[in-house]
Ligand binder design. Structure first.
Ligand SMILES: *[C@@H]1O[C@H](CO)[C@@H](O)[C@H](O)[C@H]1NC(C)=O
Ligand SMILES: *[C@@H]1O[C@H](CO)[C@@H](O)[C@H](O)[C@H]1NC(C)=O
Ligand SMILES: *[C@@H]1O[C@H](CO)[C@@H](O)[C@H](O)[C@H]1NC(C)=O
Length: 428
């Protein structure tokens, strides 16, 4: 038998074969059998194999070695870089995937650039704080940190520090260590004039006391990020290395007129399994979203609040699921199509002709066959999650003990007006 190709390649890389270690008989044969200066070694039986010089591979050294980067082993368009000087017996990593921003992992297989919830509301007001607040217009306009949400509308729609604050910052407490891969900033207009951050710094912390600034790649100190150019457009800045942090602070450095800011953080859960599972983006088809019942406004089928409408951020007049009755025996079910690890859930209410409706608290059950259900528990009893409190904010809850299941049910416990839900499940 000839040595399999992989072994032959290993052989070349480790320079062991030349010592006869892998050549069963250790005898040389007619090297004209091997091309490009390969050395012929007699195999176990009467066959042979070629020990190829650097740069060649193949059974008879007739193929040019293209290196470990061909075909590209990296995902998501990442660039593969050959690591020089690794043709040694103790180093097997021969390449390195240079991940595009927003991705990480050895092969850049994990995406980490979802909005962490400034815009959608998954980050609650209480998680946002600042060094100071500007109170304008005879004390009635409060430009508080909780307003600093991307795309926030209104006359007072952003954060601005007090004019007496010489070192202003705004901070998000993510409540647990997360991977933060970037920041999106936006200015605002105040009294009809554009105000925005031209440059800013980013600091991060695990405990909320000791903060470190992101450093410039060239080693010239704290990195200054480029900010905005007008009152409205978005500026994306991805960090060259994602942060692992619970607290993230933005420090304005230079501003146009005043330091007025709306923003969003981009990132993912540390364990990297928190991608939307397909409700919002329709990857889960309508037929896989079912419920205990469906409410029809004025009893009209044309005005039905079907389960398949229960998709996060669904638009339209009928843009959510509503249960027929207001009892805690109602449920909404998602069939994920196959078993998935489920790590979190985002819920949202809706409005029926002006009536604000939402689920204020709920439990979650899961199943692998759609018949036998297990209620999600924490500390030995069914966990009741805090749900929504208005008609549009995202409320995110994380499963401290992620579960693996194909079917997931939301079991409303309390609600406002009618049981109404829009939903996304997170996991991988
Ligand atoms: C190299 O030689 C082997 C065996 O002779 C043959 O199967 C293979 O196709 C050749 N490869 C190239 C690139 O010519
Ligand atoms: C703010 O931006 C909007 C849209 O980009 C533009 O129409 C408006 O004139 C801007 N306002 C100010 C005060 O710059
Ligand atoms: C309902 O949601 C819309 C956004 O979809 C928002 O503009 C409006 O203020 C909300 N109404 C209430 C009373 O919360």
């Amino acid at each position: 038998m000839q040595l399999p190709r992989a072994l032959a390649a290993l052989c070349g890389a480790l320079l062991l074969c030349a010592s006869g270690l892998f050549a069963a008989s250790g005898d040389f044969c007619d090297s004209s059998l091997c091309l490009n200066g390969g050395t012929c070694l007699v195999g176990q039986e009467s066959d042979f194999h070629c020990l190829c010089p650097e740069g060649f591979t193949g059974l008879v050294c007739n193929e040019t070695e293209k290196g470990p980067c061909f075909p590209n082993p990296c995902w998501n368009g990442a660039e593969c870089q050959v690591i020089e000087g690794t043709h040694r017996g103790d180093v097997f990593t021969q390449y390195f995937c240079q991940c595009p921003q927003g991705f990480f992992g050895v092969h850049c297989e994990t995406k980490c650039s979802t909005k962490l919830g400034m815009e959608g509301g998954a980050i609650a007001d209480s998680q946002i704080s600042a060094s100071s607040v500007y109170i304008g217009f005879l004390g009635v306009q409060r430009w508080g940190p909780e307003l600093a949400r991307l795309h926030r509308t209104g006359i007072v729609n952003a954060w601005k520090a007090s004019n007496h604050d010489s070192n202003p910052w705004i901070q998000v407490n993510l409540l647990r260590k997360m991977r933060v891969s970037g920041v999106v900033t936006q200015g605002a207009s105040r009294a009809g004039r554009a105000e925005y951050l031209k440059t800013f710094k980013v600091a991060h912390s695990l405990d909320g006391r000791k903060f470190r600034f992101i450093q410039d790649e060239r080693g010239s100190g704290d990195k200054e990020f480029e900010g905005n150019v007008d009152n409205n457009s978005l500026k994306f800045n991805m960090f060259s290395i994602p942060l692992e942090a619970q607290y993230v602070r933005l420090y304005p450095v230079s501003c146009h007129r005043e330091c007025t800011l709306r923003f969003e953080l981009l990132g993912c859960e540390i364990h990297g399994c928190s991608e939307p599972l397909g409700l919002k983006d329709n990857r889960i088809p309508d037929r896989r979203i079912t419920a205990s019942s469906t409410y029809k406004t004025w009893g009209l089928p044309a005005f039905a609040w079907y389960p398949h409408l229960a998709r996060l951020d669904m638009q339209g007049k009928f843009n959510a699921w509503t249960a027929q009755s207001n009892t805690d025996s109602e449920w909404l079910q998602v069939d994920l199509g196959s078993e998935k690890q489920v790590t979190g859930i985002i819920t949202q209410g809706a409005r029926d002709f002006g009536h604000i409706q939402y689920v204020a608290s709920y439990k979650v059950a899961y199943s692998n066959d759609g018949v036998k259900w297990t209620e999600y528990e924490e500390q030995g009893s069914s966990k009741v999650f805090i749900g929504n409190s208005d008609n549009y904010s995202h409320k995110k809850n994380v499963f401290e003990t992620p579960f693996v299941a194909r079917y997931v049910r939301v079991l409303p416990v309390t609600w406002h007006n009618r049981i109404t839900l829009r939903l996304e499940l997170l996991g991988c």
